[in-house]
Design a protein around this ligand. Structure first.
Ligand SMILES: Cc1cc2nc3c(=O)[nH]c(=O)nc-3n(C[C@H](O)[C@H](O)[C@H](O)COP(=O)(O)OP(=O)(O)OC[C@H]3O[C@@H](n4cnc5c(N)ncnc54)[C@H](O)[C@@H]3O)c2cc1C
Length: 439
């Protein structure tokens, strides 16, 4: 690893900020992570990440990236009560009129709550030499001159100098304004409006609540259906039940939560909601649009400033990709810092190119699939009707063909290149199997 500089500042201590800090700790003498929130020691929700109260799944590629940054993390989460299960056998999926048959895949999901994941990672980061995590420290702007960012300004007027500032302020970050204040152009923003909402409630988990599975995922058949629902086992012997829907088809209170749950076509989920004891209120999160900032298109970039995580791209959460992409970007940042050895415009250009490559497939999944609803607004990717029609066949084929399922899951979990699904032999297999699928 290459020593790059004396000080780095990370703004935001969410998953992106913490993974970035891990990468920077090996390459800078001092790393200061700033968050405007009070950061709790226990795995409880906090104000700055309201999405943290809702179901969060870590894709296989995210598990790999986090293990690379924090070896042994998944075992630590399991020891703290997170469930671990084979997603082919124990995740019961309903889509296209059928509960999908179960097949062993040896692809494991680990399902801590987002709060447990974040606190466990934060405890690891706090222990890194040279790293300081400061709470109650809101950043109000960047400082810099002559094309270079040289630090941050805090809301209390203090400044902190840095060779590199990594912006991990998430979806609601203000960095476009901060960059504009210093005369830098803002990146183009692409939005895909989905008007999605999630409503979540916790239940006590007892053996037999879900006799045939450890988790449930119900997905709609667009454009006719808009509703979704999921059950995840989390630490503390609890179920996290998240119900939601596209284009305003989501519950907003207890009554609509219970109705939405009853009407979902998964008998196991309905039974669980009837029997399990609720241990929390219903909390609601509204997600108007996926949003991506195209830094890679900028001709002029501020040297010494990089964005990571939701600060670059915030996806429709149903595809479970945000934390994974943030962790993959943090790994890529480390590789590029070592390759470049200095903080230059060439580093920024390379980094945003790599981030764009990481985001390409998940953005296509999320934004593309959302255009199956005519109400979705935004710039339609070219050929999306054909892609969505094929994707529908792949999923229908996955119901009956274990090999297609495994390949599809691996692509969806970002560990296999989607090109594998376009190979002639695979296309043939998909088309044949899709004809055998029920419904
Ligand atoms: C309902 C919902 C469900 C989701 N489910 C999944 C899932 O299943 N799987 C998945 O991978 N992803 C999921 N996501 C996406 C995931 O939550 C995000 O991609 C991920 O949290 C991004 O992390 P981040 O660190 O970039 O941003 P955030 O987690 O939003 O963190 C940003 C941090 O920056 C701090 N901050 C902001 N502004 C300032 C400032 N000015 N000064 C100092 N600090 C500041 C905030 O306090 C916060 O701590 C979901 C999202 C939603 C909305």
């Amino acid at each position: 690893m290459t020593r790059i500089g004396s000080a780095a500042v990370v703004v935001g201590a969410g998953i992106a900020g913490l993974t970035a800090a891990r990468t920077l700790a090996d390459r800078f003498d001092r790393v200061v992570v700033l968050d405007r929130d009070r950061l709790p020691d226990d795995p409880v929700p906090r104000r700055g990440v309201p999405q943290g109260e809702h179901g969060h799944v870590l894709l296989l590629a995210g598990q790999r990236a986090l293990e690379e940054l924090f070896p042994g993390l998944l075992d630590e989460l399991t020891a703290a009560g997170a469930a671990r299960f084979d997603m082919g056998m124990d995740l019961s999926i309903y889509r296209f009129g059928a509960v999908w048959s179960r097949i062993p895949t040896a692809q494991w999901l680990v399902t801590p709550s987002r709060a447990l994941l974040e606190t466990t990672v934060r405890q690891r980061v706090r222990k890194l030499p040279g790293v300081e995590v400061r709470e109650d420290s809101a950043v109000s702007g960047l400082i810099g001159a002559a094309g270079r960012i040289t630090g941050v300004r805090l809301a209390d007027g203090d400044t902190i100098g840095a060779d590199l500032v990594v912006d991990c302020t998430g979806r609601g970050g203000r960095s476009n304004r901060w960059l504009a204040e210093l005369g830098f152009p803002a990146p183009r923003v692409a939005e895909v409006t989905v008007n999605l909402g999630y409503a979540t409630r916790l239940y006590r988990r007892t053996p037999g609540d879900l006799p045939d599975a450890q988790a449930v995922l119900v997905l709609p058949d667009p454009p006719r259906e808009t509703r979704t629902g999921g059950v995840l086992p989390i630490e503390g012997d609890q179920w996290m039940v998240t119900l939601g829907g596209w284009h305003d088809g989501f519950p907003r209170d207890l009554e609509s939560f219970e109705r939405h749950g009853r009407e979902l076509p998964h008998p196991g989920l309905v039974r669980l909601l009837e029997r399990a004891e609720p241990v929390s209120d219903v909390v609601v999160y509204q997600f108007p649009a996926s949003r991506r900032r195209h830094f890679e298109e900028l001709r002029e970039r501020p040297v010494g400033y990089l964005a990571l995580g939701d600060a670059i791209c915030s996806f429709n959460p149903i595809y479970g990709q945000g934390m994974t992409c943030a962790s993959m970007e943090a790994v890529a940042l480390g590789e590029l810092l070592d390759r470049h050895g200095r903080i230059t415009d060439a580093l920024s250009a390379d980094y945003y190119r790599r981030a764009a490559a990481i985001l390409a497939t998940p953005w296509q999944f999320a934004a593309g699939a959302d255009f199956a609803y005519p109400q979705t607004k935004g710039v339609r990717p070219r050929g999306i009707r054909l892609l969505n029609a094929y994707s529908r066949r792949i999923q229908r084929a996955s119901i009956v063909d274990p090999q297609v399922r495994e390949v599809f899951m691996s692509v969806q979990h970002l560990v296999l290149d989607p090109a594998v699904l376009r190979r002639p032999s695979m296309v043939l297999k998909v088309l044949r199997a899709a004809r055998r699928a029920p419904g």
